[in-house]
Design a protein around this ligand. Structure first.
Ligand SMILES: [Zn+2]
Length: 66
């Protein structure tokens, strides 16, 4: 199973994240692979991603991308 997290780093805008292990747990702290910026726990990142996804769905123009 592959887990993909695409959340741009607020510091360097890199979307490459560093994980402590292949199987990510909700309590794992994720950091940016490029600059090492702490992005918070998997749970908080997932929450932010869900919010961003909900906002995308609400925009009619974004539907073309899917
Ligand atoms: Zn970064």
């Amino acid at each position: 199973m592959t887990v993909q997290v695409e959340l741009p780093c607020p510091k360097c805008k890199s979307t490459k994240m560093k994980f402590e292990r292949p199987e990510i747990r909700e309590t794992d702290v994720i950091s940016c692979a490029a600059c090492g910026h702490n992005l918070g726990t998997m749970a908080s990142i997932r929450e932010r991603m869900n919010k961003a996804y909900q906002q995308l769905k609400q925009r009619p123009a974004a539907r073309k991308l899917q």
